[in-house]
Ligand binder design. Structure first.
Ligand code: FE
Ligand code: ZN
Length: 492
């Protein structure tokens, strides 16, 4: 669209608002820039002096199949969902992979598994054969850097350098990052994440990191759907809170039912993914009860269900829990149990999943994660803020782990295996929790932080957090392009 407008302006033409809206509708179906060029050419060759492009100008140059489409839509008026056969697979669900081991033994097993899984990922990098055990480092070979890989046990950001302590099971070593470039990479490293270091032993006895790498993801080639089909990403509904924006959510439900036009999009919406904090919960933060409209967890789920039930049944809804929902708080989280969400379980088009979950929709791989650990990442990495959570999501992809930092605000369960390691690189990485909409891209992985349906709570205002509610990112799975709709502004 932007290109089309630019094209018109640079040729000395303006686009009438009605024509603009018409172009918006056509944008998903045809090349609108091409249409604008055709109109300009037609105007010049016919000697038309009018410099405003109106809807009729566009209709004159429109291919015949679009004219029919326009007509049939004005006749039908009500939205008819396009018949698109659902193609989805729940590739992984945390619910089915919970094997806790009590206490210290559990954490030893968890971190051993973290190391093993990440060393496998690092093993695919070109120079990984050079990695040696910390115990076998040659301290008397000062000229050649030696490569090691391990988990970061300690990180200290000092004024002149960054200090990292790394453990690989064979031993533990403390290295310092001095050069600007290396210091910058060191500051981006999370505690407890996997890291590769090129170490040099100086004559003065210092161990200097000459280079620091995260496991990272390779440049990604995303898969796309063969059909134009839309998936909607949202999260943090917080039903039960006084600040839950019922009117905006209701408007969203009506929109999904085709009551607000937008047919070209709505008729092809096939999936809705809700990334946790389904309800506001009980006793999640101090004095929460003062901000609750519904103090009974079962009633909170009843209200949520009443809204979800009004969503058209051809839309498949995936829901994972967040830190406000009644399930195990430590990550990974199993799905909200049936005793709270029984009605949702009985709905054919609703899939209750754990946090995290991997989905495949029409060939597109999607990692759905609530995002609790983004708090710790923002707190640990200088320069990150809650207004740009997708930058923190990038750090998680680089670390190849959904919650690397242990001992912060994110509880992590002692498990046999570390299922929070990001083994498969997704095409879309979806998180919420931060109550802001932020869309970004890292090495061709689409990053979506999906906002909220909760206005500002007293707790958030005391914390200096301003949510951006009621905005919904919508992804065309054929192109991975993101559009959005604002349901707060729609009710005004
Ligand atoms: Fe939330
Ligand atoms: Zn949350």
């Amino acid at each position: 669209m932007a290109q089309a407008v630019k094209e018109a302006l640079s040729s000395g033409y303006q686009i009438h608002p009605q024509a603009f809206n018409f172009l918006l509708k056509l944008d998903m179906k045809t090349d609108v820039t091409d249409l604008v060029i055709k109109v300009v050419q037609a105007k010049i060759s016919s000697g038309d002096q009018q410099t405003i492009i109106i809807k009729e100008d566009l209709e004159k140059v429109l291919p015949p199949e679009f004219k029919e489409l326009e007509q049939s839509q004005t006749v039908m008026r009500t939205m008819v969902p396009e018949f698109i056969k659902p193609e989805f697979e729940i590739v992984k669900d945390a619910t089915n992979n919970i094997f806790p081991i009590e206490g210290l033994k559990g954490f030893q097993s968890l971190f051993r598994s973290r190391f093993d899984r990440l060393i496998k990922i690092i093993g695919k990098r070109p120079n990984s054969y050079q990695i040696r055990q910390i115990a076998s480092l040659k301290k008397d070979a000062p000229s050649t850097p030696q490569k090691i890989a391990g988990l970061v046990m300690n990180k200290k950001v000092k004024r002149t350098h960054v200090e990292l302590t790394v453990d690989d099971g064979s031993g533990r070593i403390k290295a310092i990052a001095l050069e600007d470039r290396v210091r910058r990479s060191a500051t981006e490293i999370c505690l407890d994440q996997m890291v590769v270091l090129d170490l040099q032993f100086s004559k003065k006895g210092l161990i200097v990191a000459k280079d620091i790498y995260s496991p990272d993801i390779p440049e990604h080639q995303p898969s796309t759907s063969k059909k134009v089909v839309y998936a909607i990403f949202t999260s943090d509904s917080h039903v039960g809170s006084k600040a839950f924006l019922f009117d905006a959510f209701n408007k969203f439900v009506l929109w999904l039912n085709g009551k607000s036009g937008d047919d070209l999009i709505v008729s092809r919406v096939k999936y809705l993914i809700i990334g946790g904090d389904l309800v506001d919960g009980i006793g999640i933060y101090p004095n929460q009860e003062k901000e609750l409209q519904e103090v009974n967890i079962h009633e909170q789920f009843k209200k949520l269900t009443q809204l979800i039930e009004q969503i058209p049944k051809h839309i498949i809804i995936f829901m994972i829990p967040g830190n406000h929902d009644p399930t195990r708080q430590a990550l990974p989280q199993p799905a909200v149990p049936e005793k709270y969400a029984g009605q949702l379980y009985s709905m054919e088009n609703v899939k209750m999943l754990g946090n995290p979950a991997y989905l495949n929709l029409h060939g597109v791989n999607i990692l759905v994660y609530h995002g609790t650990s983004l708090d710790d990442v923002v707190a640990m990495i200088p320069g990150l803020t809650f207004t740009k959570p997708a930058s923190a999501m990038k750090i998680l992809l680089k670390a190849r782990h959904l919650a690397p930092i242990y001992g912060g605000r994110t509880p992590i369960a002692p498990e046999r295996e570390d299922n929070l390691v990001i083994e498969e690189v997704p095409d879309i990485f979806h998180a919420g929790h931060v109550h802001t909409v932020d869309i970004d891209n890292y090495r061709n992985v689409l990053l979506i932080n999906s906002g909220t349906w909760q206005g500002q709570t007293l707790y958030q205002s005391n914390m200096g957090l301003s949510p951006i509610p009621g905005i919904v990112p919508i992804v065309n799975l054929a192109t991975l392009e993101v559009i959005s709709r604002n349901f707060v502004s729609m009710i005004k």
